[in-house]
Design a protein around this ligand. Structure first.
Ligand code: SAM
Length: 270
């Protein structure tokens, strides 16, 4: 993935760099600040708290970001560890935990390379973070690693999403936030490739941070790699997992070929 980074200070181009950014590092640098202020959806703690309460502690939240919703689960008294691939997110999560007086473990690892030396009766992703794993090979590695971290009777909750192409009128449209401290954050999707055969949507995006003294920007590809109910069932089996439930989030019924938002629950096959 190309990451075209360009920073401007005092209105002058400061330095332009071209570097590769792995999808697991998408949420780093100014993207972290912009994401937390501009994100379009938040995930309520309740379904995940119920999941951990009924399946057992400790729980593990994968892709915990800066702490939403894991901190609410910990504040309610549940024992939940967090893990995230972005060190910036991990640091923010630890700071947010400290502000709330919470003592918890937040690991800096990628789910596809997970090695925590601990097994969990409850593992979950809060929202469709699994779709950030950019191809089937990485997704399979993640499922194998999750299997290794599940206790014998443990279960893992994996919300999944099949995206539409971004509406044409949203390409080029900038979303902005100004928090009163003189910092303006901007997010603009600039173009998109939607590859239905590869089940991959790649949106080129620009994040900007504008202050009185200058502007920083990064251009980064946001990759969503999706799974159908059938392809996910196959992948789980290959990873040594058994699918115990695959439920359409909108209808509450078993997921079908028409489902676009659905949640898988998996456990070890043997
Ligand atoms: C959409 S954000 C959600 C964060 C948080 N739950 C929230 O709602 O604010 C996805 C998170 O998953 C993390 N992530 C992406 N790829 C990952 C990977 N391969 N392994 C672990 N975490 C990953 C990102 O760094 C990011 O913090």
């Amino acid at each position: 993935m190309r990451d075209r980074e360009k920073s401007h200070r005092n209105g002058c181009p400061w330095r332009g760099t071209i570097s590769d950014v792995d999808p697991a590092d998408f949420y780093s640098g100014i993207v972290v600040e912009a994401y937390s202020k501009l994100k379009s959806s938040t995930f309520e703690a309740e379904p995940y708290a119920s999941f951990v309460a009924s399946h057992g502690e400790p729980g593990l939240e994968i892709g915990c970001g800066d702490g939403q919703p894991i901190l609410d689960l910990c504040a309610s008294g549940l024992d939940v560890d967090g893990v995230d691939s972005s060190l910036d997110m991990v640091n923010r999560c630890r700071e947010n935990a400290a502000h709330r007086g919470l003592h918890m473990l937040v690991h800096h690892q990628r789910v596809e390379d997970l090695s925590l030396g601990r097994r969990y009766p409850s593992i979950y992703f809060a929202g469709p973070t699994f779709n950030l794993l950019a191809d089937d090979e990485t997704a399979l590695r993640a499922l194998v690693a999750i299997r290794e971290h599940l206790s014998e009777d443990g279960e893992c909750l994996i919300p999944l999403w099949i995206p539409d192409p971004t509406p044409v009128d949203e390409i080029g449209l900038t979303r902005t936030t100004e928090d009163g401290s003189g910092v303006e954050l901007r997010y603009t999707p600039t173009s998109e490739v939607y590859d239905a055969e590869a089940r991959t949507r790649t949106t080129s995006t620009k994040y900007e941070r504008v202050t009185a003294t200058g502007r920083e920007s990064v251009d980064r590809d946001w990759i969503i790699h999706w799974h159908t109910p059938t392809s996910f069932t196959r992948l789980s089996f290959k990873a040594g997992l058994r699918l115990v439930d695959l439920r359409d989030d909108e209808t509450g019924q078993a997921a079908s070929t028409r489902s676009t938002d659905f949640t898988a629950t998996v456990r070890r096959r043997s």
